[in-house]
Ligand binder design. Sequence first.
Ligand code: GDD
Ligand code: MG
Length: 355
Amino acid sequence: DIHPLLLCGGSGTRLWPLSRKSYPKQFTKLTGEESLFQASARRLSGPGFAAPAIITGSDFRFVVTEQLAAVETAAAATLIEPEGRNTAPAILATALELHARAPGVLMLVAPSDHVIPDAQAFRDAVMAAVPAAEAGQIVTFGIRPDRAETGYGWLALSDAPGADFAPVPQVLDGFVEKPDAATAESLLAGGMHLWNAGIFLFSTDTILAAFERHQPAMMAAVTRAVDEAEQDLHFLRLAPEPWADCADISIDYAVMEKAANLTVVPYGGAWSDLGGWDAVWRESGPDADGIVTSGPATAIDCAGTLLRAEDEQQALVGIGLEDIIAVAMPDAVLVAHRSRAQDVKQAVEALKARG
Ligand code: GDD
Ligand code: MG
């Protein structure tokens, strides 16, 4: 079986005011009836999948447990980080724990905040990746790029993907995490790169060997954090002191940019990172005028606009708006131009500075 790991960290500041430090975006119902986290757990379940492992912060341990129970799932392991140190230590800690229980199992690392509507097609792509992972490869999943995105990793293909973009594994020529704008433009124009979906399949043997080789100091610190972890109910609390010694670095920089045993499986279905309100607008199915409303919100003569009223008691009305994002919460209101959606994180910084 494949053991999924759902990463539940990060505060999603670009989706303020809905996403808060106290309630990050993966637990909110952004585009559907379920939270993104619940949809992710459901997507990676069924034949061929073991119960998921979770790694998250202490504040979210009961949210995780409750949201999983609501989709009839219980985690196989729930690791608690003393503090967020980015994805490399989080993935390493879980790999060590799963490897101790069953050496060499296959692990599928997945963010819990992505939108992938066609779950079956996605599971098919994962299954297509299994032989490569069993042969010692780190398998990435590649998305066809449609803009020069600097917020993603880019995967260098060795062969052009087939016309049908079928999930056929191929050797990866290189991995470029978050290129600058000029580099992203040239990767897009060259046509031989895909976006990294941020989802990885490998055996615990393979990833532990990669950490040993490329991040020996982190390997030592995280091994101690797991060895000295404390069981608290069904939560495994990693030891704070060795954890604090870990570099704060993502798996992309820590391992992927350095490893040589990389494979990519193209994924042709819809995929979104929901990295901001512009993506939420796009993924929520705008009507013919480009309008998305939710809650008691009304758009009059608007275009390309998202109006979200989160409080049933508080109406939100937009008139004559073009390309505007408006999100009204009981204690905070965001109004922004849609082209500036990525700057919402600056608002969070500004509010923090005001105290
Ligand atoms: N538990 C835990 N602890 N989870 C974390 C932590 C942490 O310290 N930091 C991040 N995560 C989780 C996030 O919640 C998210 O689900 C996932 O790990 C990825 O982190 P992001 O911070 O969203 O990464 P990114 O979007 O900038 O970049 C990654 O994803 C892109 C695709 O969405 C990279 O893998 C890119 O290469 C990739 O293109
Ligand atoms: Mg992300």
